[in-house]
Structures are given as C-alpha cells and as structure tokens.
Design a protein around this ligand. Structure first.
Ligand SMILES: *Cc1c(COP(=O)(O)O)cnc(C)c1O
Length: 475
C-alpha cells in the first residue's frame, strides 16, 4: 500500500516512510491510496479471530514494507491480556436500554492509562522501536499534554530502545491521579517536564522547538500526535472487533457512537466503513465545544479560537480544531486534493472557516455520519441514568457519546458506544453526579503516593532545548 497527501501531492510513500513523520510536505495528511475492500468471505473468516490476529489481518492490508512474521509478532506483543486486562481486549457490555437492537458500551479503556488512546499508542511503541532498530536510528519524542495523550505516549514508549520521550505538562494543573500516572514512571527514557504555565505555553514551546529545523534535525525530534496514520489504523481494528461481538452474521448492520475531539477515533470508523464493514451510522458526539456537530448539521466548519474553547467536564474533547477532520473531508470531496487544499489551506486560513457547497453537503448521509452534542447537565444526567438503570459507571466522555447515541437509535440496529475512558480518571464529576467517587482499578490504587520523577521549568524555549541536549544521550 502506498500513501498520498490530502492536499494533492501525489508523491507515493510507503508505510514505514510515513510512520515517523507528521504532516505531508504540502501540509496535508497522509491517507492510503485506496481503501482495501473486505469481502463477505474475508469477514466470515475474521469473525473467528482473536484480537491480535484480527489486528494483524487488517494491518497487513495497509503495511507491505514490514515482513509478515514481524508484523504478526508486533501485534501479538501489543494486544495481550496482560496489557489490556481481558482476553477479548475490547469487550462489549450491554446496557439495560429497551432499544430492540441493544445499546452497548465497547470497552476501549482497560489499557495502562485507562483511556482509549492506549489502543493505538501501545502498538505505536512497538512499531517505533522496530522501525528505529531497523534503521539504526534514535528518536526524541517531544510533546505537550494536558492529560490523556501524554500519559498514553509515555506508557507506550517506556523502556523502548531508540526512543526517548520529553513530555511537557502544565505544572500543577493536571489531576493528582494524572500527575501520579506520568510522574511515577521511573524509566530512564521518560522525561517529564512540568512547565510553570498553562497548556498553551507547553504547546507553544513544542511548536517553537519543532520550527527550529536545525535543532530538530540535530536532535532527531519527533512527535506522536493524533494525525499519525499508524494510530488511526490501529483504531480501525476495534470497529471490526465490536461488530463481530454485536452480530451473529455478516449481513447485520450496527451503528457506532463516538465521543469526538480531534476526529481521530471516529475517522477510524469511517475507514472501517469504507472497507465494507456493515456500519449503518457513525454518530459523532461532541460536548459544549460543538465544532463538529455544527459541521454535520450545517456544512459549515468553523474552528473556534483558543479563547472561545470551553473548559468542560469532558476535557479530552475540548478542542478548537479537529486535526484529523481533513481526512474525512478529502474522501467526502471525492478525493479531490485541489478542493481540499482550497478549503483547508486557503479558505480556512483566510476566513477562519469554510462552508461546503449544497451539493457537497448532500453527500454526507451516504457516508453514514450524524451528530449531536451534550452539555454538563446532560452529562451528569446520563451518568445517573446509566448507574440507575444498568448499575454501570461511565466516564464523562463516554456519557456524551451515550447521550447523543440515544438520539439516533434505529429499530433493530445495535448501537455501540465507544467507552473512551474509565470513570476513575474523572472522579470529581462522577462524585458530582452520584455522590461517590469511583475506585481506580486495583493495580493503580495508591499511585498518588509513589515517588515522582519530574523537573519544573519556566516556560522558556531555550531552557527546554538545553534540557533535551543534556539528556538525549541517556538510556
Ligand atoms: C482523546 C479522547 C477523546 C477524543 O478522541 P478524538 O480521536 O480526538 O476524537 C475522547 N475521549 C477521551 C477520553 C479521549 O482521551
């Protein structure tokens, strides 16, 4: 499989070429030249596979520059009961709703950091280690986090050869649990930098360092952000895994509801649907930051300014600009790279948004997308209802997904809501809804008391660079 850019640069690249890269040189995102179609016989064969083998089959369709035996070994090393807590990896739980097709939660959050980002990041850790060893290279991953992504990256890269992680976070602004998760890691290749500032300061530093091309090259600075194609690809697997659990034969259809921020998770559902997985609807759920809901209702995409972005109780969906969204729009526009470039490279930059033509907008139903939004009060009500009816605790993001899912139920079609985090990560809001705090899983109880390993730094680009220089020979 070869990969192309969404903005018309047709230079074809292999999977291993784009694995360690961010944006395409023309500013677009990488996508496969086409989506492999999965026929009925293949679906029937895959139904019986365990998660690691299913991952191998799907990845094989998109990766032809890693020998099959190696790829299989990497999938088997990633998707284990030891890492994800259950042999099914992403089991379904049925809610008490009376909806004829059934309403399910698909558990994606049983990995080491209790959020769905582990599903892809754990694979990325193995892929990076493999590819860097093959090239005889090393990589220093620099990132900024307000919580989920940074810890998922650190747990995926800890102890991996050839990789170091320098993760900036706003000092004192993460929850005690999140801080403990990251700062208790004692691996020599993990470097936590608590910046005396806010998340935007952290992000500005990452941008400034990455824009210094000489520094970036000399110190081999890379990222693991959500536009990485390998992350998206890894996420395609659980749509198939969820489908097989909710159905008994391959003529049935299901819908998925996805708590969305950067549009990475639901974009993987779009890819699965394009491959032929019988998905009726892809339900994009947003919180008060409703850029995506507005788009699917009106055809206007209007990212908000940072100052206009609400701080909500489902913080991992508090995004202003959905970084993966361009991939879907490229497909919607019939893979017209010039039109995509016009919208994302020009109109968006000049006017702060764009509106599809009526003809373009009319194509959306054919792609299965619908949407909705959820507010803080609705989030609390959903957490209460789910506890009351089903005796299940859902986290704030999953609650947004569930609230919007219920607005789009269709007779006889199972609705699978992706559970993107465990409630223990957002204990304060659960307590607000129910009057008690959820327990973290046994393995993580008491981590707040473990010794912490981090440095505090001023929001100063030069100081961060010196820190990287001083530590990039470690481990
Ligand atoms: C990252 C995240 C999301 C949003 O996922 P996208 O792929 O950015 O749309 C939703 N919920 C949780 C808990 C997350 O960590």
């Amino acid at each position: 499989m070869k990969y192309i850019s969404t903005r018309g640069d047709a230079t074809e690249r292999g999977f291993s070429d784009i694995l360690l890269e961010g944006l395409a040189p023309d500013g677009g995102l990488y996508l496969p030249r086409h989506y492999p179609k999965v026929d009925a016989a293949t679906l029937a064969r895959w139904r019986g596979l365990c998660y690691a083998d299913l991952a191998f089959e799907i990845l094989s369709l998109y990766i032809d520059d890693i020998p099959a035996a190696d790829l299989k070994r990497l999938c088997e090393a990633t998707y284990t009961e030891a890492v994800f807590g259950t042999p099914r990896i992403t089991p379904l739980k049925k809610l008490a709703d009376t909806h004829a097709g059934g309403v399910y939660l698909q558990a994606l959050s049983n990995g080491p950091t209790l959020a769905f980002k582990d599903m892809a990041m754990q694979l990325l850790g193995h892929l990076f280690e493999y590819e860097l060893a093959r090239r005889g290279e090393a990589l220093n991953i620099l990132g900024a986090t307000s919580g989920d992504t940074g810890s998922a990256a650190e747990y995926a890269m800890r102890g991996k050869k050839g990789v170091r992680v320098f993760m900036l976070s706003p000092h004192g602004r993460m929850s005690p649990f999140q801080q403990a998760q990251m700062f208790s890691l004692q691996d020599a290749n993990i470097h936590n930098i608590a910046v005396a500032g806010v998340f935007d300061d952290c992000q500005d530093i990452v941008k400034a360092v990455s824009n210094d091309l000489a520094f970036k090259r000399q110190y081999r600075i890379g990222t693991v952000n959500s536009i990485n194609w390998a992350r998206l690809l890894a996420q395609v697997v659980y749509y198939f895994a969820g489908y097989f659990q909710a159905t008994t034969d391959d003529t049935q259809r299901v819908s998925f509801a996805v708590p969305s921020g950067n549009f990475g998770n639901i974009c993987a559902g779009h890819v699965a649907r394009m491959m032929g997985l019988p998905i009726a609807q892809l339900v994009a759920a947003t919180n008060e930051n409703d850029v995506l809901d507005e788009f699917f209702r009106t055809g206007t995409y209007r990212p908000r300014a940072t100052a206009e972005t609400h701080e909500t109780s489902s913080p991992s969906m508090d995004i202003s600009k959905a970084s993966n969204f361009e991939r879907f729009v490229f497909d919607l526009l019939g893979r017209d790279g010039q039109r995509t470039k016009q919208l994302f490279g020009h109109t968006l930059a000049r006017e702060g948004g764009f509106t599809l033509t009526p003809e373009e907008f009319a194509r959306i139903p054919a792609y299965g997308f619908v949407s909705g939004k959820s507010t803080h009060a609705e989030r609390l009500a959903t957490i209460r209802r789910t506890w009351g009816e089903s005796r299940m605790l859902v986290d704030t993001h999953t609650a947004d997904g569930l609230k919007v899912a219920r607005e789009h139920l269709r007779p006889g079609v199972p609705m699978l809501v992706l559970e993107t985090a465990l409630p223990a990560k957002f204990a304060d809001t659960i307590e607000e809804a129910l009057g008690f705090k959820p327990e973290p899983p046994p393995a993580l109880r008491g981590i707040e008391a473990l010794p912490k390993r981090f440095v505090v730094m001023a929001p100063d680009v030069a100081a961060v660079k010196r820190h990287i220089e001083a530590h990039c020979q470690d481990a």
